[in-house]
Design a protein around this ligand. Structure first.
Ligand SMILES: [Zn+2]
Length: 377
């Protein structure tokens, strides 16, 4: 299902395959369609046009609306949103701990209030696995507690011990559901999630524990929640040697182009982030020269595209002046063009990272772009 075809330092060039789509080339950025759509008026058909290899949707959101049983009745998420490539669903854990209110955590799971209408919901490892099974995603994520930053060592220790116990229950329930005769995707995989806040000792202990459970892949969760980038890099440096080398590694919710280049250099294969779509909807556009704020006055009469070298549906035909006008006039098209551009950029970034790894020039690529892509134009 996964193989590393080349190393440069700790950076890995790999290939991944699952029940849907062809071979996924890694490192890869998963394009985020939280509720089965990409915010900004972008559909799964658009994702095909802009080089997306894997789509990511959200268990918590789809459980609340339209309900995972509705998606199941409609033939699963692939059919529902008409995407025949790989889908990864996150477990709901992160949203339960970031969006929902009135949380009560027990050994069995978490009771919380829906952020939509306040009704009480219970979710534990078994419920998360059941929802993701109903969605029929290719990769299900384990149910975990994403601890708030900063956390005390004492709390983080108790939490990641519980998350380790939850993973055992996820593995058992996932196996049971995959074996049912009417399951939507019997080849669904399960990735475990490493936690432990910003404490290297807890991170390493937890990774060693969950590696024993032989999941299909392993993620580092609970980062990019407000800690400095260097703290995140230090945690990856501590955990990475304890992650099974033959399994895919996924750094959850990360990040800026620079964060991704630094993650790849530390041995990460999968990434996801709302940043390209969220920033795009606010007129912040990524380019190879740095980020552009399209709302800036200086673009009022600018006939050039956002990026001369970009092949996205916006840059192929439209000027900065036009895109700026669409934002100023509150046209929905502004959001769509900006999100398409930013996702194109992220997908192209990953292609260039893979090309550099193939050619053995990743160190030069990192030196050239890791800092530059953080700058504003
Ligand atoms: Zn573009």
């Amino acid at each position: 299902m996964f193989k590393v075809i080349k190393y440069q330092g700790r950076a890995r060039r790999g290939q991944f395959s699952c029940a849907h789509g062809g071979t996924v080339q890694t490192p890869v950025f998963m394009n985020v369609g939280t509720q089965g759509a990409i915010k900004g008026g972008v559909s799964a058909h658009d994702l095909k046009e802009i080089g997306c290899q894997i789509e990511l949707s959200n268990t918590y959101h789809l459980h609340l609306r339209p309900g995972d049983n509705v998606v199941r009745q409609m033939g699963g998420l692939h059919k529902f949103m008409d995407w025949d490539g790989p889908i990864l669903t996150d477990s709901g854990g992160f949203q339960v701990f970031s969006l929902a209110s009135l949380r009560k955590i027990k050994e069995e799971g978490v009771t919380f209030a829906s952020h939509i209408d306040g009704h009480r919901i219970f979710m534990g490892p078994e419920e998360s696995m059941q929802i993701q099974s109903n969605l029929g995603s290719d990769v299900a994520m384990a149910f975990d507690e994403c601890v708030e930053n900063p956390a005390t060592h004492e709390y983080a220790k108790a939490s990641c011990e519980r998350t380790a116990r939850w993973l055992e229950r996820c593995v058992a329930e996932h196996e049971r559901l995959n074996a049912l005769p009417d399951t939507v995707n019997p080849k669904q995989m399960l990735f475990g999630i490493n936690q432990g806040a910003t404490f290297p000792d807890l991170r390493v202990w937890h990774m060693d524990e969950i590696a024993k459970l032989n999941c299909d892949g392993y993620a580092i969760g609970g980062l990019a929640v407000g800690e400095p980038a260097q703290v995140m890099y230090d945690i990856i440096d501590a955990v990475e040697p304890h992650m099974p080398a033959e399994k895919p590694r996924y750094l959850m919710g990360v990040g800026t182009p620079s964060n991704i280049i630094e993650g790849v250099s530390r041995g990460v294969d999968f990434f996801d982030c709302v940043m390209p779509s969220r920033n795009g909807r606010h007129g912040k556009l990524f380019t190879w020269e740095g980020t552009v704020n399209i709302l800036n006055q200086k673009y009022e009469m600018d006939p050039s595209p956002v990026s001369e070298s970009c092949g996205c549906p916006c840059c192929r035909s439209f000027s900065k002046a036009y895109l700026r006008h669409l934002f100023k006039a509150d046209e929905v098209l502004a959001l769509r063009f900006s999100v398409l551009h930013n996702l194109w950029f992220y997908n192209e970034l990953m292609q260039k990272i893979r090309d550099a790894l193939d050619e053995g020039t990743f160190d030069e690529f990192r030196a050239k772009y890791s800092g530059k892509l953080e700058q504003r134009v």
